[in-house]
Design a protein around this ligand. Structure first.
Ligand SMILES: Cc1cc2nc3c(=O)[nH]c(=O)nc-3n(C[C@H](O)[C@H](O)[C@H](O)COP(=O)(O)O)c2cc1C
Length: 481
């Protein structure tokens, strides 16, 4: 378990914890002598090491003109700088600080997070470069990842001022007879223990406590049963079908027996995806390096938990066509949602072949490089579905306003992938909790600004398209997407 938020002695605990990590940062080998370190100790030590490297004499603060309290730290003064250089350095510091508003800042506790990008910067600062690359990557030159954000930025909101009563907001939505606290859900993301030892279990614990729907990846680090236990109820399961039908059937039977109400079949990677950052970051040794072997393929026949124990008589190798949806439906009593639909024609076909839900997704810009955002695809998919089944959407959702815009254009539920993983990587379940909290706070504010008090009041009249994109500040690391 990662460190949990303390109560009365919290600040003392935090201070002594920090000084302990400072000590380790000075002598990392000391860590070997402490077997009971929290799982995120390498991050904490790395952070302290950075502080040490950056530390000069503590800069003098700018005093409040009224009470004299130090308010803002002055930029670090460099010996021998002239006044113009000082001003330049001050300007640079200020710009770096302001850029943090758009690209996130490294923070020490979830309470410090102002938006989801603070979690991104924090996870980036402590994660293994290879794992970070896996999370961050987009296909080709990242254009579809970028398009996902630009799609939301092209939509403007038309607020209302005095109509309607927003004294009580109801953000709840019903999906397949189960009411959720909000339309926000956690998308299936593979291998979550690559970002924090709490993994899927930590995410499910945080989401369950907030009445938030969880979809587990087929390629998860932990097993369905333990995740469901942490969640407090069986959650949804995402399937990557393999050619042998019997293998798929065994997985479906396993999660169904554990009470899983819905299976999400992901179809947007069937054609492959060009993930250059992953290839670069893994280098020529790929997973064979000793460090990677701790988790990847470390024993003969190693398989992720949901791919284990699926041996048995081989089944037919069924081609992936629309008939496959019917095949899945016939094989299980679980609801079947098809993930990766981006066109009207395919939305029609999915419903015609029995899908219980249509999921608009481009895998967060990790599948094809279509350059088309999911929010751009949403209206035509909604038109193809014609209200017959619920419509889900993800990819590029980073703000409460994004949730609002997707609902306004006809989505029934809105998913996040990377943002909750940033929260997990930064602070375990507390980080995931904070990400959900931040997004829903922003979302509720948007509802108040548009005087909508329930989800079904959020309609297309509240959004309109802008012609010219808003120019966002660029940044070297490609953060803020
Ligand atoms: C690191 C990573 C792993 C993912 N693994 C899966 C997966 O196993 N199954 C799946 O259906 N989608 C997977 N996705 C896609 C997400 O479910 C979701 O579509 C996407 O993350 C949404 O975009 P966003 O990250 O911009 O919010 C993954 C995404 C990321 C970032």
């Amino acid at each position: 378990m990662a460190e949990r938020q303390g109560n009365s002695g919290a600040s003392v605990g935090r201070a002594s914890r920090r000084s302990f990590f400072k000590l380790l940062a000075g002598s990392p080998l000391l860590a070997m002598a402490y077997p009971a370190l929290p799982p995120n100790w390498p991050q904490a030590v790395a952070r302290e090491a950075r502080h040490r490297a950056a530390a000069g004499p503590r800069p003098a603060g700018v005093p409040c003109p009224d009470c004299g309290t130090e308010m803002v730290f002055a930029p670090s003064a460099g010996a021998g700088r002239n006044a113009a250089q000082e001003t330049g350095a001050a300007e640079q510091d200020r710009n770096r600080f302001l850029e943090g508003q758009l690209t996130g800042q490294v923070i020490e506790s979830p309470d410090e997070a102002i938006n989801v990008w603070d979690m991104e910067a924090t996870t980036h600062s402590g994660n293994l470069p290879e794992h970070w690359a896996y999370l961050h990557l987009g296909v080709d030159d990242f254009e579809t990842r970028k398009a996902n954000r630009e799609g939301f930025q092209r939509l403007m909101i038309r607020p209302r001022r005095l109509s309607g009563d927003v004294s009580g907001l109801d953000t709840s939505v019903e999906l397949f007879g189960r009411r959720w606290d909000s339309p926000l859900f956690l998308c299936p993301v593979a291998a979550l223990q690559a970002f924090h030892t709490e993994g899927e279990v930590g995410c499910a614990r945080a989401a369950g406590a907030r009445g938030t729907l969880v979809m587990q990846s087929h390629a998860s680090s932990q097993a369905y049963e333990e995740i469901a236990e942490a969640n407090g109820e069986p959650h949804w399961f995402q399937l990557y079908a393999v050619p042998d039908w019997n293998v798929n059937k065994r997985v479906l039977d396993r999660v169904s027996a554990a009470g899983c109400p819905a299976v999400v079949w992901t179809i947007d990677l069937l054609g492959g995806s060009n993930r250059e950052l992953a290839r670069r970051s893994l280098g020529i040794d790929r997973y064979d390096q000793p460090f990677c072997q701790n988790c990847h393929q470390h024993e003969p026949g190693y398989a992720r938990p949901m791919r284990r124990d699926v041996g048995g008589p081989a089944g037919p190798r069924v081609p992936y066509t629309w008939d496959y949806v019917k095949r899945l439906k016939d094989a299980t009593t679980m609801k079947v949602i098809v993930k990766g639909i981006v066109t009207r024609e395919e939305a029609e076909l999915a419903v015609e072949h029995g899908a219980d839900g249509v999921f608009v997704s481009n895998h967060g810009g990790r599948a094809e490089n279509s350059l088309r955002s999911t929010i751009d695809s949403l209206p035509e998919v909604v038109a193809g579905v014609r209200g017959r089944v619920p419509v889900f959407i993800d990819s590029g959702v980073r703000r409460g306003t994004d949730i609002f815009k997707a609902l306004a254009l006809g989505a029934d539920a809105v998913g996040i992938g990377r943002p909750y993983v940033w929260g997990l990587g930064a602070f375990g379940d507390r980080g995931v909790d904070k990400v959900i909290d931040l997004l829903l706070d922003e979302f509720r504010m948007t509802m108040r600004q548009t005087r909508t008090s329930a989800i079904d009041q959020i309609r297309s009249e509240f959004v309109m398209e802008r012609r010219s994109p808003i120019m966002m500040r660029g940044n070297r690391l490609g953060f803020g997407l």
